[in-house]
Design a protein around this ligand. Structure first.
Ligand SMILES: [Cu+2]
Length: 163
């Protein structure tokens, strides 16, 4: 891929060696909590497809363990899902009772470049506004001399700023 930084894309197996299971060996919330998923990473689900599947669902479907209208369905038993955008990916098992038993996972994906972005340099507009205020202050000072009148300077400043 030509996208910057994705050469470091990682592959994660959901549940590690335990795989994708409803038998309670894996706390998927804890499993996901100590990982940093980035855009371009891959999540692999390994499971016996006689007993399980993978349904990508909405937040609502995740919370209620409802797989009736999935975003995507995977049934191979060894499914790779590319986390192609940042945000949350919610996966549950569609077999009865499995999601309720804990076979559900919430993957929070951050942009691939988030830990590489440099400090924001001064923008063009902030620089030019700094210059223009500098230019304005010079005639203001000269005029305040000429008029010897602070109110005249103030009104001129206001008219210059307002133009
Ligand atoms: Cu299952």
């Amino acid at each position: 891929m030509a996208l910057c930084g994705v050469s470091m894309a990682a592959v994660y197996q959901a549940g590690d060696s335990a795989g994708w299971t409803s038998m309670g060996q894996v706390d998927y919330k804890e499993w996901a909590a100590n990982k940093n998923f980035h855009v371009g990473d891959t999540l692999v689900f390994n499971y016996n497809n006689q007993f399980h599947n993978v349904k990508q669902v909405t937040r609502r479907g995740f919370d209620s363990c409802n797989a009736t209208s999935p975003i995507a369905t995977y049934t191979n038993g060894s499914d790779s899902v590319t986390l192609e955008k940042h945000g949350h990916f919610y996966f549950i098992c569609g077999y009865p009772g499995h999601c309720q038993a804990g076979q559900k996972i919430d993957i929070s994906v951050v942009p691939a470049t988030s830990n590489l972005s440099p400090a924001r340099p001064p923008t063009q507009s902030s620089l030019s506004s700094a210059f223009s205020s500098l230019h304005l202050s010079v005639p203001s000072i000269l005029l305040s001399w000429a008029f010897g009148d602070i109110t005249g300077v103030l009104s001129l400043r206001i008219s210059l700023l307002g133009s």
